[in-house]
Design a protein around this ligand. Sequence first.
Ligand SMILES: NC(=O)c1ccc[n+]([C@@H]2O[C@H](COP(=O)([O-])OP(=O)(O)OC[C@H]3O[C@@H](n4cnc5c(N)ncnc54)[C@H](OP(=O)(O)O)[C@@H]3O)[C@@H](O)[C@H]2O)c1
Length: 296
Amino acid sequence: MAHKFGRVAVTGAGGMLGVDMCKALEPHAEQVLAWDRTALDVTDLEAVLTMFRIHQPEAVVHSAAYTKVDQAEAEPDLAFRVNAIGARNVALAAEAAGAKMVYVSTDYVFPGTSEKPLNEYQDTSPINVYGESKRGGEWLASGLVSRLFIVRTSWLYGDHGPNFVKTMLKLAEKKEPIRVVGDQIGCPTYTVDLARTIVRLLETEKYGTYHVSNSGACSWYEFAERIFDLAGLSVDLSAVTSEQFKRPAPRPAYSVLDHMALRVNGFPPMRDWETALKEYLRHNQLLRQESRPIEC
Ligand SMILES: NC(=O)c1ccc[n+]([C@@H]2O[C@H](COP(=O)([O-])OP(=O)(O)OC[C@H]3O[C@@H](n4cnc5c(N)ncnc54)[C@H](OP(=O)(O)O)[C@@H]3O)[C@@H](O)[C@H]2O)c1
Protein backbone atom coordinates (compact mmCIF):
# COMPACT_ATOMS: atom_id res chain seq x y z
CA MET A 1 0.00 0.00 0.00
CA ALA A 2 1.35 3.42 -0.95
CA HIS A 3 2.01 5.71 2.00
CA LYS A 4 0.16 9.00 2.24
CA PHE A 5 3.13 10.72 3.84
CA GLY A 6 6.91 10.53 3.77
CA ARG A 7 8.53 11.52 7.07
CA VAL A 8 6.27 12.92 9.77
CA ALA A 9 7.60 14.17 13.11
CA VAL A 10 5.76 14.14 16.42
CA THR A 11 7.01 16.29 19.32
CA GLY A 12 6.15 15.23 22.86
CA ALA A 13 6.00 11.70 21.45
CA GLY A 14 6.21 10.17 24.94
CA GLY A 15 3.05 11.94 26.12
CA MET A 16 -0.53 10.69 26.24
CA LEU A 17 -1.48 12.06 22.82
CA GLY A 18 2.05 11.70 21.43
CA VAL A 19 2.05 7.90 21.74
CA ASP A 20 -1.36 7.52 20.05
CA MET A 21 -0.41 10.10 17.43
CA CYS A 22 2.64 8.06 16.41
CA LYS A 23 0.51 4.91 16.24
CA ALA A 24 -2.13 6.60 14.09
CA LEU A 25 0.53 7.87 11.68
CA GLU A 26 2.49 4.62 11.36
CA PRO A 27 0.33 2.91 8.69
CA HIS A 28 0.29 6.11 6.62
CA ALA A 29 3.86 7.39 6.80
CA GLU A 30 7.11 6.02 5.41
CA GLN A 31 8.71 7.06 8.68
CA VAL A 32 7.36 8.47 11.92
CA LEU A 33 9.95 10.52 13.78
CA ALA A 34 8.86 10.06 17.39
CA TRP A 35 10.61 12.90 19.19
CA ASP A 36 10.06 12.60 22.92
CA ARG A 37 11.48 15.11 25.36
CA THR A 38 14.85 13.32 25.58
CA ALA A 39 15.21 13.38 21.78
CA LEU A 40 14.13 17.02 21.44
CA ASP A 41 13.57 19.76 23.99
CA VAL A 42 11.29 22.15 22.10
CA THR A 43 12.46 25.13 24.15
CA ASP A 44 15.92 24.85 22.56
CA LEU A 45 15.66 26.74 19.25
CA GLU A 46 19.02 25.56 17.88
CA ALA A 47 18.18 21.93 18.68
CA VAL A 48 14.76 22.23 17.00
CA LEU A 49 16.20 23.86 13.87
CA THR A 50 18.93 21.22 13.68
CA MET A 51 16.47 18.32 14.00
CA PHE A 52 14.35 19.66 11.16
CA ARG A 53 17.43 20.41 9.03
CA ILE A 54 18.72 16.86 9.45
CA HIS A 55 15.45 14.94 9.07
CA GLN A 56 13.47 17.25 6.75
CA PRO A 57 10.00 16.03 7.83
CA GLU A 58 7.14 16.95 5.50
CA ALA A 59 4.87 17.50 8.50
CA VAL A 60 5.10 17.85 12.26
CA VAL A 61 2.46 17.27 14.91
CA HIS A 62 3.51 19.49 17.78
CA SER A 63 2.00 17.82 20.82
CA ALA A 64 4.77 18.60 23.34
CA ALA A 65 3.44 20.88 26.03
CA TYR A 66 3.58 21.93 29.62
CA THR A 67 0.24 20.46 30.74
CA LYS A 68 0.24 20.92 34.53
CA VAL A 69 -2.71 23.30 34.65
CA ASP A 70 -2.58 24.05 38.39
CA GLN A 71 1.21 24.18 38.68
CA ALA A 72 1.35 26.68 35.81
CA GLU A 73 -0.10 29.34 38.09
CA ALA A 74 3.06 29.12 40.21
CA GLU A 75 5.55 28.83 37.33
CA PRO A 76 4.19 30.93 34.45
CA ASP A 77 7.62 31.48 32.89
CA LEU A 78 8.11 27.75 32.43
CA ALA A 79 4.58 27.29 31.04
CA PHE A 80 5.14 30.10 28.50
CA ARG A 81 8.65 28.88 27.66
CA VAL A 82 7.34 25.45 26.70
CA ASN A 83 3.90 26.29 25.31
CA ALA A 84 4.50 29.61 23.59
CA ILE A 85 8.25 29.73 22.86
CA GLY A 86 8.30 25.98 22.13
CA ALA A 87 5.56 26.47 19.53
CA ARG A 88 7.49 29.39 18.02
CA ASN A 89 10.59 27.23 17.70
CA VAL A 90 8.74 24.39 16.02
CA ALA A 91 6.94 26.85 13.73
CA LEU A 92 10.22 28.47 12.64
CA ALA A 93 11.79 25.08 11.95
CA ALA A 94 8.70 23.78 10.12
CA GLU A 95 8.65 26.86 7.90
CA ALA A 96 12.35 26.52 7.11
CA ALA A 97 11.80 22.86 6.15
CA GLY A 98 8.60 23.62 4.19
CA ALA A 99 6.68 21.30 6.53
CA LYS A 100 3.02 21.36 7.47
CA MET A 101 2.50 21.92 11.18
CA VAL A 102 -0.25 20.84 13.55
CA TYR A 103 -0.29 22.82 16.78
CA VAL A 104 -2.39 21.05 19.41
CA SER A 105 -4.24 23.59 21.54
CA THR A 106 -6.98 23.57 24.14
CA ASP A 107 -10.55 24.51 25.07
CA TYR A 108 -8.96 26.41 27.97
CA VAL A 109 -8.27 29.33 25.61
CA PHE A 110 -11.95 30.19 26.17
CA PRO A 111 -13.20 31.98 29.29
CA GLY A 112 -16.18 29.70 29.93
CA THR A 113 -18.86 32.38 29.78
CA SER A 114 -20.65 31.00 26.71
CA GLU A 115 -23.80 28.92 27.07
CA LYS A 116 -23.54 27.21 23.71
CA PRO A 117 -20.77 25.33 21.88
CA LEU A 118 -17.90 27.55 20.80
CA ASN A 119 -16.79 27.69 17.20
CA GLU A 120 -13.30 28.32 15.89
CA TYR A 121 -13.90 32.03 15.20
CA GLN A 122 -15.15 33.07 18.60
CA ASP A 123 -13.01 35.31 20.80
CA THR A 124 -10.55 33.62 23.10
CA SER A 125 -9.90 34.95 26.59
CA PRO A 126 -8.19 32.42 28.82
CA ILE A 127 -8.70 32.57 32.58
CA ASN A 128 -5.62 30.63 33.68
CA VAL A 129 -1.89 30.69 32.93
CA TYR A 130 -1.95 27.38 31.06
CA GLY A 131 -4.67 28.68 28.72
CA GLU A 132 -2.80 31.94 28.17
CA SER A 133 0.42 30.12 27.36
CA LYS A 134 -1.34 27.81 24.89
CA ARG A 135 -2.97 30.82 23.21
CA GLY A 136 0.50 32.37 23.06
CA GLY A 137 1.56 29.29 21.10
CA GLU A 138 -1.38 29.72 18.73
CA TRP A 139 -0.44 33.34 18.07
CA LEU A 140 3.26 32.70 17.54
CA ALA A 141 2.72 29.68 15.28
CA SER A 142 0.11 31.61 13.22
CA GLY A 143 2.60 34.36 12.49
CA LEU A 144 5.50 32.11 11.56
CA VAL A 145 4.40 29.05 9.63
CA SER A 146 2.39 29.21 6.43
CA ARG A 147 0.91 25.71 6.41
CA LEU A 148 -0.68 25.46 9.84
CA PHE A 149 -3.51 23.54 11.47
CA ILE A 150 -4.40 24.73 14.96
CA VAL A 151 -6.30 21.85 16.56
CA ARG A 152 -8.10 22.72 19.79
CA THR A 153 -9.21 19.76 21.83
CA SER A 154 -10.61 19.14 25.33
CA TRP A 155 -10.57 16.83 28.34
CA LEU A 156 -8.22 14.22 26.88
CA TYR A 157 -7.89 10.66 28.09
CA GLY A 158 -5.99 7.82 26.47
CA ASP A 159 -4.21 4.56 27.02
CA HIS A 160 -0.88 6.13 28.00
CA GLY A 161 -0.22 8.38 30.98
CA PRO A 162 -2.40 9.60 33.82
CA ASN A 163 -5.88 10.95 33.08
CA PHE A 164 -9.31 11.50 34.64
CA VAL A 165 -10.68 8.04 33.78
CA LYS A 166 -7.71 6.28 35.38
CA THR A 167 -7.89 8.58 38.42
CA MET A 168 -11.60 7.80 38.92
CA LEU A 169 -11.03 4.04 38.64
CA LYS A 170 -8.14 4.24 41.11
CA LEU A 171 -10.25 6.24 43.58
CA ALA A 172 -13.06 3.68 43.27
CA GLU A 173 -10.70 0.95 44.49
CA LYS A 174 -10.38 2.81 47.81
CA LYS A 175 -14.15 2.41 48.36
CA GLU A 176 -14.40 5.91 49.83
CA PRO A 177 -16.92 8.62 48.84
CA ILE A 178 -15.90 10.46 45.67
CA ARG A 179 -16.73 14.13 45.06
CA VAL A 180 -16.52 15.47 41.53
CA VAL A 181 -17.16 18.95 40.14
CA GLY A 182 -20.61 19.22 38.58
CA ASP A 183 -20.62 22.81 37.36
CA GLN A 184 -17.92 22.65 34.67
CA ILE A 185 -19.25 21.54 31.31
CA GLY A 186 -17.05 20.33 28.46
CA CYS A 187 -16.46 17.27 26.34
CA PRO A 188 -14.19 14.29 27.09
CA THR A 189 -12.08 13.24 24.11
CA TYR A 190 -10.36 9.93 23.40
CA THR A 191 -6.81 10.53 22.15
CA VAL A 192 -7.24 7.78 19.52
CA ASP A 193 -10.14 9.73 17.93
CA LEU A 194 -8.19 12.98 18.04
CA ALA A 195 -5.11 11.35 16.46
CA ARG A 196 -7.18 9.84 13.63
CA THR A 197 -8.69 13.21 12.83
CA ILE A 198 -5.29 14.90 12.83
CA VAL A 199 -4.13 12.33 10.24
CA ARG A 200 -7.16 13.24 8.09
CA LEU A 201 -6.39 16.95 8.35
CA LEU A 202 -2.75 16.39 7.42
CA GLU A 203 -3.78 14.66 4.20
CA THR A 204 -5.25 17.97 3.00
CA GLU A 205 -4.27 21.55 2.37
CA LYS A 206 -7.28 22.80 4.31
CA TYR A 207 -5.27 24.84 6.79
CA GLY A 208 -6.83 26.76 9.65
CA THR A 209 -8.20 26.35 13.14
CA TYR A 210 -10.21 23.23 13.99
CA HIS A 211 -12.08 22.15 17.09
CA VAL A 212 -11.56 18.41 17.49
CA SER A 213 -13.24 16.79 20.48
CA ASN A 214 -15.69 13.95 20.80
CA SER A 215 -19.31 15.05 20.29
CA GLY A 216 -21.78 15.96 23.01
CA ALA A 217 -21.22 17.54 26.40
CA CYS A 218 -21.21 16.66 30.07
CA SER A 219 -19.95 17.82 33.44
CA TRP A 220 -16.98 16.14 35.13
CA TYR A 221 -19.54 14.62 37.52
CA GLU A 222 -21.56 13.14 34.63
CA PHE A 223 -18.35 11.87 33.06
CA ALA A 224 -17.41 10.12 36.32
CA GLU A 225 -20.92 8.70 36.65
CA ARG A 226 -20.70 7.19 33.15
CA ILE A 227 -17.22 5.76 33.82
CA PHE A 228 -18.43 3.93 36.93
CA ASP A 229 -21.61 2.79 35.21
CA LEU A 230 -19.74 1.35 32.21
CA ALA A 231 -17.11 -0.24 34.45
CA GLY A 232 -19.88 -1.80 36.56
CA LEU A 233 -18.65 -0.17 39.77
CA SER A 234 -20.90 0.92 42.58
CA VAL A 235 -19.48 4.13 44.02
CA ASP A 236 -20.66 6.73 46.54
CA LEU A 237 -20.40 9.60 44.05
CA SER A 238 -21.67 13.13 44.51
CA ALA A 239 -21.35 16.45 42.72
CA VAL A 240 -19.64 19.48 44.23
CA THR A 241 -19.29 23.03 42.93
CA SER A 242 -16.04 24.58 41.71
CA GLU A 243 -16.34 26.88 44.72
CA GLN A 244 -16.31 23.86 47.04
CA PHE A 245 -13.45 22.19 45.16
CA LYS A 246 -11.02 25.11 44.86
CA ARG A 247 -7.96 24.56 42.66
CA PRO A 248 -5.00 26.89 42.08
CA ALA A 249 -6.07 27.46 38.44
CA PRO A 250 -9.65 28.48 37.65
CA ARG A 251 -11.32 26.40 34.93
CA PRO A 252 -13.86 27.63 32.37
CA ALA A 253 -17.41 26.81 33.49
CA TYR A 254 -18.40 25.97 29.92
CA SER A 255 -15.98 25.03 27.15
CA VAL A 256 -17.86 22.72 24.79
CA LEU A 257 -16.32 22.97 21.32
CA ASP A 258 -18.47 23.25 18.20
CA HIS A 259 -16.90 21.40 15.24
CA MET A 260 -17.83 23.99 12.65
CA ALA A 261 -14.52 23.86 10.75
CA LEU A 262 -14.69 20.06 10.42
CA ARG A 263 -18.27 20.35 9.12
CA VAL A 264 -17.76 23.15 6.62
CA ASN A 265 -14.56 21.56 5.28
CA GLY A 266 -16.31 18.23 4.68
CA PHE A 267 -14.60 16.09 7.34
CA PRO A 268 -16.57 13.26 8.98
CA PRO A 269 -18.27 14.06 12.30
CA MET A 270 -16.63 13.08 15.59
CA ARG A 271 -18.34 10.22 17.42
CA ASP A 272 -20.06 10.94 20.70
CA TRP A 273 -18.05 10.88 23.92
CA GLU A 274 -19.97 7.97 25.48
CA THR A 275 -19.27 5.65 22.54
CA ALA A 276 -15.60 6.63 22.62
CA LEU A 277 -15.41 6.06 26.37
CA LYS A 278 -16.95 2.63 25.97
CA GLU A 279 -14.35 1.69 23.39
CA TYR A 280 -11.53 2.95 25.61
CA LEU A 281 -12.79 0.87 28.54
CA ARG A 282 -13.27 -2.19 26.34
CA HIS A 283 -9.79 -1.78 24.87
CA ASN A 284 -8.35 -1.73 28.39
CA GLN A 285 -10.50 -4.63 29.63
CA LEU A 286 -12.31 -2.30 32.03
CA LEU A 287 -15.80 -2.54 30.55
CA ARG A 288 -18.42 -4.26 32.67
CA GLN A 289 -19.33 -7.68 31.24
CA GLU A 290 -22.59 -7.20 29.42
CA SER A 291 -25.08 -9.96 30.20
CA ARG A 292 -25.36 -12.41 27.34
CA PRO A 293 -28.69 -13.95 26.27
CA ILE A 294 -29.00 -17.46 27.69
CA GLU A 295 -28.83 -20.08 24.99
CA CYS A 296 -31.36 -22.91 25.24
N1 LIG B 1 -4.69 16.52 28.54
C1 LIG B 1 -5.73 17.27 28.20
O1 LIG B 1 -6.82 17.16 28.77
C2 LIG B 1 -5.61 18.28 27.08
C3 LIG B 1 -6.73 19.06 26.76
C4 LIG B 1 -6.62 19.98 25.72
C5 LIG B 1 -5.44 20.11 25.02
N2 LIG B 1 -4.35 19.37 25.37
C6 LIG B 1 -3.13 19.53 24.60
O2 LIG B 1 -2.87 18.30 23.95
C7 LIG B 1 -1.47 18.11 23.78
C8 LIG B 1 -1.06 16.76 24.32
O3 LIG B 1 -1.38 16.71 25.70
P1 LIG B 1 -1.20 15.40 26.58
O4 LIG B 1 -2.40 15.30 27.43
O5 LIG B 1 -0.79 14.28 25.71
O6 LIG B 1 -0.01 15.89 27.53
P2 LIG B 1 1.18 15.06 28.16
O7 LIG B 1 0.81 13.65 28.36
O8 LIG B 1 1.61 15.90 29.34
O9 LIG B 1 2.28 15.13 27.02
C9 LIG B 1 3.04 16.26 26.78
C10 LIG B 1 4.43 15.79 26.49
O10 LIG B 1 5.25 16.93 26.23
C11 LIG B 1 6.51 16.69 26.86
N3 LIG B 1 7.22 17.94 27.12
C12 LIG B 1 7.09 18.80 28.14
N4 LIG B 1 8.00 19.78 28.03
C13 LIG B 1 8.72 19.52 26.90
C14 LIG B 1 9.80 20.16 26.27
N5 LIG B 1 10.34 21.28 26.76
N6 LIG B 1 10.29 19.61 25.13
C15 LIG B 1 9.76 18.49 24.62
N7 LIG B 1 8.75 17.82 25.19
C16 LIG B 1 8.23 18.35 26.31
C17 LIG B 1 6.15 15.98 28.14
O11 LIG B 1 7.28 15.34 28.68
P3 LIG B 1 7.39 15.10 30.26
O12 LIG B 1 6.33 14.09 30.58
O13 LIG B 1 8.77 14.61 30.42
O14 LIG B 1 7.11 16.42 30.90
C18 LIG B 1 5.08 15.03 27.66
O15 LIG B 1 5.64 13.83 27.19
C19 LIG B 1 -0.81 19.30 24.49
O16 LIG B 1 -0.51 20.28 23.53
C20 LIG B 1 -1.89 19.82 25.42
O17 LIG B 1 -1.73 21.19 25.69
C21 LIG B 1 -4.41 18.43 26.38
